[in-house]
Design a protein around this ligand. Structure first.
Ligand code: AMP
Length: 228
């Protein structure tokens, strides 16, 4: 079986992280860990924590670092991640979270292989997110330009496809501002630790996947990547 990998995917909201993480997870046979999906699940379950998370998410605000780090630490402690690795989607989002992840990785002697920065310009992602529609049950993404076949009913699971509550124009602008302020500094942070690979996120999703896999293989299996 293909060796696993420990990956982080950075990129603005709407850069295609979710789609690409699913593909990387399938390719390397590793769990896809999306903090946004974990939080949406908690909201759906209606727990007290879910209600608190919803308030932050609806306002387009980040949850406090200690809360989100606790959730990720618990998930990374499970067997599947220690055996195969993971692809992290939506985490870390602040330098504080990156520092916490570095500590967790050092404690478990499982360092990151590579941090992939999926580059898509702000005006392009803004257009994409405004058009985005999502299945409330399974999370499959659609767009007003390519809706499900029947009346906003998910092609995959039959769930209802709607606009995310945090995908209003004002909330999108606010999240992009937050990304610039809080998450973009991570690019230099990881670059200085020689962990960053910048990947052009424009073009057909299959082509973007090939670029990502090549960048991961270059880090983890250089011989194989160069023979492609
Ligand atoms: P996403 O689906 O990744 O865009 O996440 C949706 C929302 O969940 C974000 O706007 C935040 O409110 C919250 N969230 C997800 N990941 C994090 C994180 N690493 N740190 C803080 N808040 C997060």
């Amino acid at each position: 079986m293909i060796p696993g990998a420990r990956l982080v995917l950075l990129g603005r909201q709407g850069a295609g992280k979710g789609t690409q993480c699913v593909r990387l997870a399938r390719h390397y046979v590793i769990p896809h860990i999306s903090t946004g999906d974990m939080l949406r699940m908690a909201v759906k379950e209606g727990t007290d924590f879910g209600q608190k998370a919803k308030d932050y998410m609806d306002a387009g605000e980040l949850l406090p670092d200690d809360i989100i780090v606790g959730i990720v630490a618990e998930r990374l402690a499970r067997d599947d991640t220690s055996r195969r690795g993971y692809v992290l989607d939506g985490f870390p989002r602040t330098v504080g979270q990156a520092e916490a992840l570095a500590e967790l990785s050092a404690d478990s002697l499982q360092p990151l292989d590579v941090v992939l920065d999926l580059e898509v310009p702000e005006d392009v992602v803004f257009q994409r997110i405004s058009k985005r529609r999502v299945c409330t049950d399974c999370g499959t993404n659609y767009s007003v330009d390519s809706p499900p076949r029947y009346d906003w009913t998910c092609d995959t699971c039959g769930g209802q496809v709607t606009q995310r509550e945090d995908d209003t124009e004002e909330a999108i602008r606010h999240r992009l501002d937050l990304y610039r302020e809080q998450t973009e500094p991570l690019i230099a942070w990881y670059q200085s630790r020689d962990l960053l690979a910048a990947i052009d996120g424009l073009g057909h999703p299959d082509e973007v996947t090939r670029r990502l896999i090549r960048a991961v293989d270059l880090r983890t299996r250089p011989g194989r990547a160069l023979n492609r």
